[in-house]
Ligand binder design. Structure first.
Ligand code: ADP
Length: 485
């Protein structure tokens, strides 16, 4: 198949979260299966500053409402995958892909990503690459599904092209003012409750839920939750309305990058057959974070965007309580100020037990995965979650809330009541979080057979991208069979 993969980030070029990892690994896995996959991304400031690329199209005209804008298209590669970069300085030459320095969404995000979507389709014509599938991701790609309806009518080449929209995080929806409607070409028939309209505003994700030929979320658990009032981020009815075309596919884990036996960021490599290296990784991490190098004290790692989604309002009180015990925390994260300040305060009050690195640091993220005994991920909601999969591979027991993809990947007990791969709680409150952390610590301290068994079970588990890519092939086939009115 020919697949055009639209993403607003991809690891190796620009990354703010898990979407970037998926946008690299999934196209690579599909390419390995013989598909012709091409990625399209905006050419952001940070890409323009750091990457080598060559011109693909010097000037591409893109009609947006009554205007015609001209962009350049650059070309680079992620391994062997061709990547097109849409270059339009007014929209993309900014420090952050989505937000200003204060953390507020750029006010013209609708126009920026609408233009990105239209330019992506237009470049297919210019490059004579007519995709079978336009695969878009989250609200940033939603308008490509709408524009594909127009292109199918206008250009016979596109008659057989179908779209898939993948929901990586339904909490971000791309709201923008209805005044952008004419620029974005959202006509009356699409600006309705069953479409882009949301309390008088444009909601890009919501419109995409109607416009896409097929839809999926990044885990089966999250796909189920999105259809409920509690889990749908206000859009459960829109998901429910498309239930025939909506499924869940669990992300894979890129074991080439996340493998403790080959990880270049670790001081000592290790694997199932030889776990002594993990003990050395623990003391190296303790030293790096400024914690005492004590192997007998359980070390709990966190690597996270610091947002409400990750459950900090109830997990921080639990962490504060558990600090009365023999325990250490190594925390890496960046994000909302109230969370940064609370963690920094906990660290100031308990410097020998909790150290916090406020920032984004890929190498340290790998070392926390390797050097910790536990990885805490008590999310309020979690579409898939990648860190718990990395933890399992690194022999670091995840302590998670049973929600979304976490529920699909971590078990405290197996079906017959034996050891599972981590520690799991259900309710989003401090008491249950604390109890799960305490069960983990108790296992570490008093039941080393169970602790080791859990490590082995987790390290043997595989979430392969090859398997995930096969499931995407199936949905692509389903999309191609769908009849368009
Ligand atoms: P989300 O996409 O909601 O942020 P995921 O668990 O799916 O959560 O993916 C997060 C990805 O981002 C992981 O690869 C994780 O290691 C990485 N990450 C998050 N915060 C940081 C950070 N501060 N420094 C380095 N890597 C980070």
């Amino acid at each position: 198949m020919k697949i055009l993969f639209l993403s607003s980030e991809a690891t190796g070029l620009i990354k703010t979260g898990g979407l970037a990892d998926v946008a690299r690994a999934l196209p690579l896995a599909l390419c390995q299966k013989g598909h012709d996959v091409r990625i399209v991304l905006p050419n952001y400031l940070s890409i323009a500053r750091t990457q080598n690329y060559s011109p693909a199209i010097p000037s591409l005209g893109v009609s947006m409402g009554d205007s015609k804008l001209f962009c350049a298209v650059q070309q680079t590669r992620l391994e062997k995958l061709p990547v097109y970069l849409i270059e339009y300085h007014d929209f993309f030459l900014r420090n952050h892909p989505y937000e200003d320095v204060a953390g507020n969404p750029h006010p013209d995000n609708g126009e920026r990503f609408g233009f990105f979507c239209k330019a992506a389709l237009q470049l297919c014509l210019a490059e004579n690459f007519i995709p079978d599938i336009v695969h878009v991701n989250d609200w940033q790609g939603a308008l490509a599904c709408l524009y594909l309806h127009q292109y199918r009518k206008t250009y016979s080449e596109f008659a057989g092209t179908r779209s898939l929209m993948t929901i990586h995080n339904g909490g971000y929806q791309g709201h923008c003012s209805a005044s952008a409607r004419s620029f974005l070409e959202i006509g009356d028939d699409w600006f309705r409750a069953a479409g882009f309209e949301d309390h008088g505003q444009i909601n890009l994700l919501k419109g995409g839920l109607r416009a896409a030929d097929q839809l999926n979320a990044v885990s089966v658990g999250y796909a189920e939750e999105l259809r409920t009032p509690l889990g749908g981020h206000g859009l459960h009815e829109s998901y429910e309305a498309r239930k025939e075309a909506f499924s869940g596919i669990l992300n894979g884990c890129e074991y080439k990058v996340w493998n403790p036996s080959t990880d270049p960021f670790l001081t000592t490599s290790y694997d199932l057959g030889n776990l002594s290296g993990k003990i050395q990784c623990k003391s190296a991490l303790q030293a790096e974070m400024g914690l005492k190098e004590v192997p007998e004290v359980p070390l709990i790692g966190i690597v996270s965007r610091l947002t409400g989604q990750k459950g900090f309002d109830f997990s921080l009180p639990a962490i504060a309580k558990v600090l009365s015990k023999k325990v250490q925390f190594a925390i890496l994260g960046s994000g909302e100020r109230w969370i940064v300040e609370k963690i920094a305060r906990l660290s100031e009050m308990n410097p020998e037990k909790l150290q916090f690195h406020n920032g984004y640091n890929e190498a340290l993220a790998h070392r926390i995965e390797a050097g910790s005994d536990f990885f805490l991920m008590p999310s309020l909601y979690e579409p898939c979650g990648l860190n718990q999969m990395y933890s399992l591979r690194y022999g670091t027991l995840p302590i998670v809330r049973a929600v979304g993809g976490l529920r699909d990947t971590v078990w405290e007990r197996d079906v017959s009541g034996g050891d599972g791969t981590g520690f799991v709680f259900t309710e989003p409150n401090a008491d249950d979080t604390l109890a799960a952390i305490e069960r983990g610590i108790d296992c570490f301290t008093n039941d080393s057979a169970s602790f080791q068994n859990r490590i082995c079970l987790g390290m043997r588990q595989r979430f392969s991208w090859k398997n995930t890519a096969t499931q995407y092939e199936n949905i692509y086939s389903k999309a191609l069979k769908s009849h368009i009115n």
